[in-house]
Ligand binder design. Structure first.
Ligand SMILES: Cc1ncc(COP(=O)(O)O)c(C=O)c1O
Length: 501
């Protein structure tokens, strides 16, 4: 098969950003030829890409067809274009006298551009997305649910139900707070399953909880405001609060959750506390009732806000349900964040913020200044997915599956690595975290494991101050066979790095 046959002609074609210069002595056909020749040579136009018909291009340029025909004939004769019967004219894949490298590669050989070209120091300090542990294909990639167990056909039929009845309200600007039927479905679900107390009017639909964190930080904080962060804690939250210019105050976490007394003693000026009380990220513990009451009463006394990130607590395996902190809050100090990344799939990019009523105007103002509102199609399909019972059925099935995977992972790590992987919380969620011996270098171990197709997040990347080594292993998307293979590889890496007994 020739390359020519392999390249599929693209269906769409675009008019070039080219304007005939009638003041120049260069003939029109030559100007057009030069433009296309340069665009093909520097990679702006790619092999297989269609070009407009001579008739439509002539009309667009406001010239007669003759010069366009002349330019095209020359480009065809020299092999820049090729004519495909029944499919118009397209850029040839056998381009004469041009380097074969794509644009990005060739830009390296261009002369250096004058002047400073660096991004902000702030952006350089953001490390999210670095490291082999973000490889979606790696075993134990954290934050991924069991993708192949998702009822994809049901979801596709709900999407197509709404896509095929696209109305003006689906296509025009939507409600800043989100699609009302979805907000109503979420309010009903959270009241029943998470003891959250809210009205649909308090719910803002966002693009996942990372977006919710951004909006919350902007709506509540001014640059320089101090924020209590769990230590260790969620790097996504570190980044979101840093984007708002907050001063991060690391408050240690133990088996009972954030040590409120430490926060009060060391960081008394804080305006906000970020917590994951139902399933601490990354350690996996739950916040005790006593700490919850301490936190709520601190916030009420101080006039501070609490951001509760309830990212995966639908999956609890222990005997004790862990209701949301928001439901205990009588002073409306808690801003509750939820996401569909774990209970559906991350690509859906839908989450929500539950906002105390008097703060809604601030949140709306920030939202209007960012992305205005979330795309309605997936929201409408999700509202039906919840209302028609698919969501609760999926949750029940996944709870059983994750319980099995969790037990398999804990057992395999214990068998292969022993006490050198000391697991803390075990009752909930889709990831499992264990401490490594003090001398272990978890970043080195995670890098080595990454090279073998195992995505283990180094625990030390979750600390703002002094860190302890460990690994965060996601089991949501890991089959039991993968768990066996992944733990065998990981045990070898840990041992080789001197991190096991
Ligand atoms: C603590 C925590 N919050 C939130 C999220 C979810 O983020 P998103 O909804 O942006 O996908 C995660 C994902 O792993 C998380 O670990």
């Amino acid at each position: 098969m020739t390359t020519l046959q392999r390249i599929q002609p693209e269906k769409g074609c675009f008019f070039p950003p080219f304007k005939v210069d009638f003041t120049r002595s260069i003939p029109i056909h030559r100007q057009l030829y030069d433009w296309y020749q340069a665009a093909v040579a520097d990679g702006r136009l790619r092999p297989g890409q269609r070009v407009p018909s001579t008739r439509s291009l002539a009309a667009e340029l406001g010239v007669s067809r003759a010069p366009v025909l002349a330019a095209f004939e020359q480009l065809l004769a020299e092999g820049y274009f090729e004519a495909i019967i029944g499919a118009g004219t397209r850029i040839s894949d056998t381009i004469p006298e041009m380097p074969a490298a794509p644009v990005a590669d060739r830009s390296r050989s261009r002369p250096a551009k004058a002047g400073a070209r660096s991004g902000s120091k702030f952006a350089a300090g953001l490390t999210a997305g670095n490291g082999p542990w973000w490889n979606n294909e790696g075993i134990f990639r954290a934050n991924l649910p069991a993708l192949d167990h998702f009822p994809a056909r049901t979801w596709a039929s709900l999407l197509s139900r709404h896509a095929s009845r696209t109305t003006n309200s689906m296509m025009a600007y939507g409600d800043v707070m989100g699609h009302l039927p979805l907000r109503e479905a979420i309010a009903r679900y959270l009241g029943a399953a998470r003891a959250v107390c809210c009205k649909a009017s308090q719910i803002m639909i966002v693009s996942g909880s990372q977006h919710g964190l951004q909006i919350t930080a902007r709506a509540l904080l001014d640059a320089g405001d101090q924020v209590w962060m769990e230590e260790p804690g969620y790097p996504g939250a570190h980044a979101a609060f840093a984007m708002a210019g907050a001063r991060m105050a690391p408050v240690p976490v133990d088996q009972a959750g954030m040590k409120i007394e430490h926060g009060v003693a060391h960081f008394p000026e804080a305006r906000l506390a970020y917590v994951t009380p139902s399933h601490h990220y990354p350690l996996g513990t739950g916040m005790s009732a006593a700490r919850r009451m301490q936190l709520l009463s601190w916030a009420a006394r101080r006039g501070a806000w609490i951001v509760e990130d309830d990212y995966d607590s639908e999956y609890r395996f222990g005997a004790h349900p862990m209701p949301a902190l928001q439901g205990l809050d009588t002073d409306e100090r808690v801003i509750y964040l939820g996401t569909f990344s774990k209970v559906m799939f991350p690509g859906i990019r839908l989450g929500y913020i539950i906002i105390p009523e008097d703060l809604i105007p601030s949140f709306r103002a920030v939202r209007e200044a960012t992305d205005i509102f979330a795309p309605p199609l997936a929201q409408a399909a999700l509202a039906d997915f919840i209302a028609e019972g698919h969501f609760s059925r999926h949750l029940r099935k996944m709870r059983t599956l994750y319980m099995r995977r969790r037990a398999a992972l804990a057992e395999a790590m214990h068998r292969r690595v022993g006490d050198s992987f000391r697991i803390i919380g075990i009752d909930a969620g889709m990831h499992l975290t264990g401490f490594l011996p003090e001398q272990a270098d978890d970043v080195h171990i995670a890098n080595r494991a990454g090279a073998m197709g195992v995505s283990a997040i180094p625990l030390s990347t979750c600390y703002l101050a002094e860190s302890s080594p460990g690994l965060i292993l996601g089991y949501g998307n890991a089959s039991e066979t993968q768990i066996e293979r992944g733990t065998a590889l990981l045990a070898g890496v840990i041992e080789a790095a001197g991190g096991s007994r």
